[in-house]
Design a protein around this ligand. Structure first.
Ligand SMILES: [Zn+2]
Length: 311
């Protein structure tokens, strides 16, 4: 009897570990696109994008835009080391162009839920709503769902090299939008210092009563905006985080090589799963995705006011 109990215990332990093991090894989602269509929420899109290959993620983005009635164009991104394509949504007829960006691709070792299916999914919902209400008069909104960011900003660089960059009001690249109740505007340096885009992003949060802050250079963690700031445009990163992590996150990005950060559990929350197998949909909070969609839409509204004031 005692021996049987031991045997049962061993079997249970082995099962528990094998489940963890499998979870780590194969983060392929259980659901397909119909799961999203049944209830087209940002969270469901994150769930179905997570763990899928980069070309599959891009196809899901296109299908989600189509399902939402949002038209887009595809921009081939081809160079000797990368081949893929950006998906670009352009809404409105205004002269000034506000550019948002969120990369669709993920690193191989991570399912890519928070990085960056979260921002992509929130962005698709924002574009869906914007195509219904239209951008403010005088403003066009371009959403760049970029490819190859993780491999070296290929999509954003290609876009910045080949597309018309005149009349760009500013660029905001959204990174990690699925964890937290606050947001930070970062890489506020160079042309972004004191720029209207930074003012608009912060004002939008204040209007919505969402805690926000700005941060200067973040040298180790770039994003798509760098392809645009290199061209002299005001371009910044935007990231959602738990408000309680603010100080920790600021010290982490200022000194990411400090050996103390090797202890994963003392890192700021969003960096505990960043580029690891733990970056699955289980870490993403639907309210953070909703916060991001609202922030995007309010920023567009605020920019519309600024453009109108300046004639
Ligand atoms: Zn990223």
């Amino acid at each position: 009897m005692k021996r049987a109990k031991w045997l049962l215990l061993i079997v249970l332990v082995v099962l528990a570990f094998s489940k963890l093991f499998l979870w780590d090894r194969s983060p392929v989602p259980a659901h397909d696109f119909s799961y999203y269509l049944d209830d087209p929420s940002a969270m469901r899109l994150v769930e179905i994008m997570s763990g899928r290959s980069n070309p599959e993620r891009r196809e899901l983005v296109k299908k989600a835009l189509e399902a939402g009635g949002v038209s887009y164009r595809e921009e081939a991104v081809l160079n000797p080391v990368f081949s893929g394509s950006n998906v670009v949504v352009e809404l409105g007829q205004g002269r000034d162009v506000l550019v948002f960006s969120a990369h669709m691709d993920r690193v191989e070792e991570a399912p890519g839920a928070n990085d960056n299916a979260s921002c992509v999914a929130a962005g698709i919902l924002a574009m869906k709503e914007l195509s219904r209400i239209n951008p403010p008069e005088g403003l066009s909104v371009r959403f760049l769902f970029s490819d190859g960011e993780e491999a070296g900003l290929h999509g954003a660089r290609h876009h910045a090299e080949t597309q018309n960059l005149s009349n760009i009001f500013g660029v905001a690249s959204f990174e990690l939008c699925g964890i937290g109740d606050a947001y930070g505007v970062w890489d506020v340096v160079g042309p972004a210092l004191g720029s209207p885009i930074v003012k608009a992003l912060l004002k939008a949060g204040d209007n919505l009563k969402i805690y926000n802050g700005k941060h200067g250079a973040v040298p180790r963690f770039g994003s798509d905006h760098l392809a645009f700031s290199k061209k002299g445009l005001a371009a910044v990163g935007v990231t959602v985080l738990p408000q309680k992590d603010e100080e920790k996150l600021r010290s982490y990005v200022d000194d990411p090589n400090n050996p103390k950060w090797l202890l994963n559990f003392i890192r700021p929350t969003i960096f505990q799963t960043y580029h690891t197998s733990g970056d699955g949909p289980q870490t993403v909070d639907p309210p953070a995705l909703e916060l991001t969609t609202r922030l995007m839409l309010e920023t567009i509204r605020v920019v519309g006011e600024m453009v109108k004031e300046n004639g």
